[in-house]
Design a protein around this ligand. Sequence first.
Ligand SMILES: O=C(O)CCC(=O)C(=O)O
Ligand SMILES: [Fe+2]
Length: 211
Amino acid sequence: MAKIKKVLEDSDMRPKYGYGLLNDEVYHYHAKLVQKDAYTGGGLLWHQDYGYWYKNGNLFPNLVTVFIAIDKCTAANGALQILRGSHKCGRIEHLPKAGQHEADVDRIQEIQKQCKLETVEMNAGDALYFHCNVIHTSAPNPTSDRRWVLLFTYNAKSNNPVYEHHHPQFTPLQKVGNTAIKECTNYTDFTGKDFLDPDIDKTVKAHKTES
Ligand SMILES: O=C(O)CCC(=O)C(=O)O
Ligand SMILES: [Fe+2]
């Protein structure tokens, strides 16, 4: 966590990355465990995460996701695929399809002619930082190798969403030491945490009726 915070906001990163990736203090906006088990796991349509988060009142595309491989991610078991440099296209239109929001397919075809399709193969423990306007997709997992990944998304303090919604408004990050996970003994108290319930979550419900 401390490292992620540093990459995203620290002025120490200025010489290398231009004042942290988000150029501001950051806060935790969203976390997700994507479980593609062996011989299962739905594919994801081409999309930009800002295709969704725009609708939540984030006025600027100033969010970054840290994608951490829990298992090895390969082309065969549904690794992330991205169009390199596509965040520079800005936000493109998305339409509801099969419970997801899909980026404009004709436009994606054109963008693919200019932005190289890369399959991001990763070893367990590898991390990829990607901008919320990077166009990406991933295929189902037809192999015997599980593909689980953890996604952590950070938003800039100055981009506090203008609508209250199911992700948090700006909440200062509490930095803890590197040993905090090992020292943690409380696995049951979820005070202050919230989980999206697919049966009652507004966003998911909207997808269900539209699909
Ligand atoms: O699991 C993946 O490969 C990508 C997940 C993703 O794009 C998302 O949850 O928005
Ligand atoms: Fe995504």
